[in-house]
Design a protein around this ligand. Structure first.
Ligand SMILES: Nc1ncnc2c1ncn2[C@@H]1O[C@H](COP(=O)(O)O)[C@@H](OP(=O)(O)O)[C@H]1O
Ligand SMILES: [Mg+2]
Ligand SMILES: [Mg+2]
Ligand SMILES: [Mg+2]
Length: 365
């Protein structure tokens, strides 16, 4: 029999919160200084955007993780190859400067340990790029590994909407800890125009909490009850199956709420939404559906579970975090706080898929 003490993963939690808060210093600076005039953004091979903020935030998080837990593996979204190209020297210099500043800055309410760099410490450009590349682990089932998504919802970030800095710890395929920073999310759902900036923290068996980005307070999730019942879904139509979600929402009398990033999981966990629903976008020809990545769902999934909710794929099966960087065949995601509603959503999806299949069969000559 294993005995788990109630403060299991306590050091990991403090390190993860410091890493996410420091990474948020980067993303807020980048948004205020750079994104507004649309500089320092590259397109990745899949045409998704990556900004100076994605690179610098991953450098900050990985530097802190490697200092605290040198033996741990890291599965991070970004890699530093593009920054090593001569044509991107200016971008590289900005990344290094931004990451260095965020690692040195005093973290307000950072507690005893700031998990940053001392004033005298310097990291070379090469060391910073190597830190980004520490995130190139392939993932897998029997290891202790962190997932890092330095900016989740990069498109939301670029349009001044929701985005999230996301970190999780997975041990032998099970998510044990998740920390999500949402700099643009109101701290109080009852006052959407009020203070913004939240950090969400979940540890397996210890519940889920929200603190402010400046490190104040701790509210246990869920704590809010929204008057309307919302289905939270991607703002980006290409990331999901919009017509199918519409059918499910209509059947269950739920209102749709489009939002970028894992901020959706956070809103669900605190009680603002009823369902998080994500279904693979329809593909044409032989093209396979998009394979989801572990860093896009591991932190959000533990947040929902520790808030008392349930998350599975659209067929009611558990999510797979031990297959590698990807999550295997994409069957979508269903998360709810209310367990009874979860089953109703899974059934409604089945019915909506039958209608979808019948419509497709009719239109195929
Ligand atoms: N075709 C697709 N289907 C589903 N998800 C996709 C996708 N293309 C990219 N994504 C992922 O969707 C994430 C954003 O999710 P959401 O739609 O909930 O805002 C992106 O994270 P990044 O912004 O970190 O790249 C990216 O990993
Ligand atoms: Mg991306
Ligand atoms: Mg992401
Ligand atoms: Mg990202």
């Amino acid at each position: 029999m294993s005995i788990v003490s109630s403060d299991a993963f306590s050091v990991e939690k403090h390190v993860a919160v410091a890493a996410v808060r420091r990474a948020c210093l980067v993303t807020c600076t980048v948004f205020n200084q750079l994104v507004r005039d649309r500089t320092d953004t590259l397109s990745k091979e899949d045409e998704s955007p990556v900004t100076v903020g994605d690179y610098a935030a991953q450098a900050v998080i990985n530097t802190i993780l490697k200092k605290a837990f040198p033996k741990d593996h890291i599965v991070g979204e970004e890699g530093a190859d593009a920054l090593r190209e001569e044509s991107n020297t200016r971008l590289k210099e900005r990344v290094v400067a931004l990451a260095t500043n965020a690692l040195k800055e005093d973290l307000i309410n950072g507690g005893e340990s700031q998990w940053g760099l001392g004033a005298q410490d310097e990291l070379s450009s090469a060391a910073m790029l190597n830190a980004i590349d520490e995130g190139n682990d392939t993932g897998g089932s029997n290891k202790r590994m962190w997932t890092v998504d330095p900016i989740d919802g990069t498109k939301g970030f670029l349009r001044g909407g929701q985005y999230a800095v996301c970190l999780s710890l997975i041990v032998n395929s099970r998510v044990e800890l998740g920390v999500i920073g949402c700099p643009n999310l109101p701290t109080d759902p009852a006052h959407p125009g009020g203070e913004k900036g939240c950090v969400f923290i979940a540890v397996r068996g210890q519940g889920a909490h929200q603190i402010t980005l400046s490190g104040n307070g701790a509210v246990k999730l869920p704590y809010f009850h929204s008057e309307k019942s919302y289905v939270l879904q991607s703002e980006e139509a290409k990331h999901t199956n919009v017509p199918l979600i519409r059918r499910v929402s209509e059947e269950l009398h739920l209102s749709e709420w489009g939002m970028d990033s894992q901020a959706k999981y956070c809103c669900l966990a605190r009680g603002e939404g009823a369902v998080y629903l994500r279904m693979p976008a329809p593909t044409t020809g032989d093209k396979k559906p998009y394979e989801e990545r572990i860093w896009d769902h591991a932190p959000g999934s533990i947040l929902v579970e520790e808030a008392g909710g349930k998350i599975t794929n659209s067929e009611g099966a558990p999510l797979q975090f031990g297959l590698g960087r990807g999550m295997g065949e994409n069957r979508g995601f269903v998360a709810t706080i209310d367990e009874g509603l979860h089953g109703r959503v899974v059934s409604a999806i089945k019915r909506a898929q039958l209608v979808e299949d019948a419509t497709e069969a009719k239109s195929t000559p």
